[in-house]
Design a protein around this ligand. Structure first.
Ligand code: SAM
Length: 381
């Protein structure tokens, strides 16, 4: 462990965006990202603000674009219980990430509601404060299959918000996308339960695949208008190595918006905060909000402030990463908080990932097709 973790204090009047990556910087001057005091920046000067934690690599659906059944069958080596970060380990690491600037934590997976006692980790994370003394925002992404029965206990545990995934309104389309017999009604009931208990605003993600569920764009928009739910369309991404991604299957966000606009006129609104991944649009008649996440056609790497902690405790700095840094080993070896903080800050400091911006060069270069990428269920979507 030779990396030195340094805190640089720059008088706020003269501060400029931090120049030295991997060290903690102080920045409170004009143009600073909202809420920033001291923070760690990467090689491209991006601060660390969000942490996604995958709490399980298992899922009760087999979405073809995420965990195709052929690859994630009975033979698949899912992680064993002892491999998973315990809730105590997650909480300890979360505290360290927060010290480096994290303000939001999202629990994901796999399907996070499959992790037994998920409420316990939500409860402990929701008690943590950011360095500015505000409560850390704890959110969760779920396929909503178990949400009806869990919504109240999640809310009681301190969960702030929920994002549910739903790729179509007809059972037939949903079956085709999720490769399961779960009914759309089950998911819609889960979403309704989340709204009822106040996990608001509920967001719904719909991954769009050309020729598979793009005919559901307008029905989905129509269904969620006037409901308080924010529907977001996600471009099908080339995450992992098993989903058979082809550019031809991607429906660009512009095309999705044009379709919506021709049925339900929309106007663009400002992002809620710098680095928000979804482009936000409001229906002109005031019937709500809709969004697009154009991670393929309009990469937003330059604003990416997200770190990912895999189910077994590896730190990844990009959804499209090939490798990460092990934190579980050092935790279990009894390393001090300072050593762990150095590891995290050092790894973030070396970060220069911008895969989505380079995607075309990467995917079209001869020999690059075999590049290994981590599966989303393990790294956390
Ligand atoms: N099981 C939970 C769920 O279904 O929301 C959480 C994990 S899932 C990996 C998180 C999100 O990633 C979901 O909204 C899912 O639709 C999205 N996702 C997974 N694979 C994707 C892909 N190849 N392209 C775009 N979005 C994807």
């Amino acid at each position: 462990m030779t990396e030195i973790f340094r805190i640089i204090t720059i008088p706020s009047s003269t501060a400029s965006v931090a120049q030295q990556s991997g060290t903690v910087q102080d920045y409170t001057g004009p143009g600073a990202p909202q809420g920033c005091g001291q923070f760690v920046v990467d090689a491209l000067q991006r601060p660390l603000r969000d942490l996604r934690i995958s709490v399980t690599d298992r899922c009760n659906l087999r979405c073809t674009y995420c965990m195709p059944r052929e690859a994630f069958d009975k033979e698949h080596a899912f992680l064993q219980r002892a491999d998973l970060l315990s809730f105590e380990e997650i909480e300890r690491l979360a505290r360290l990430f927060i010290q480096l600037g994290v303000q939001k934590i999202r629990l994901t997976g796999g399907e996070p509601l499959l992790r037994r006692g998920i409420e316990r980790i939500i409860e402990s994370l929701a008690k943590l404060n950011t360095r500015e003394g505000k409560p850390v925002e704890v959110a969760l992404t779920t396929n909503a299959v178990l949400l009806s029965q869990k919504a109240q206990s999640l809310k009681d545990a301190g969960l702030a918000r929920i994002t549910a995934s739903l790729d179509g309104l007809s059972d037939e389309t949903f079956r085709r996308m999720s490769d399961s017999d779960v009914s759309v009604k089950t998911v819609l009931d889960g979403i309704a339960a989340a709204q009822r208990v106040g996990l608001a605003p509920v967001k719904v993600n719909m991954v769009v695949k050309r020729g598979v569920n793009d005919h559901e764009i307008i029905p989905m928009a129509g269904h969620f208008r006037n409901s308080g739910v924010v529907l977001r369309f996600i471009e099908f991404m080339d995450v992992g190595c098993t989903n058979g991604w082809r550019m031809d299957d991607v429906v660009p966000a512009r095309e999705i918006l044009e379709q919506i606009n021709s049925y339900y006129p929309v106007r663009q609104v400002d992002p809620n905060y710098t680095g928000e991944v979804a482009e936000r649009w409001h229906y002109a008649d005031g019937s709500g909000e809709v969004g697009v996440i154009a991670s393929v056609t309009q990469a937003f790497c330059h604003e990416c402030t997200r770190a990912r902690l895999s189910t077994d405790g590896k730190l990844y700095t990009c959804l499209f990463a090939s490798g990460g840094t092990d934190l579980r080993g050092p935790v279990r070896l009894g390393m001090t908080d300072q050593v762990l903080t150095n590891l995290i800050a050092g790894h973030w400091g070396r970060r220069n990932d911008r895969y989505s911006q380079l995607r075309h060069a990467v995917t079209e270069a001869p020999g690059e097709k075999s590049r290994e990428k981590i599966e989303m269920s393990y790294i956390g979507g």
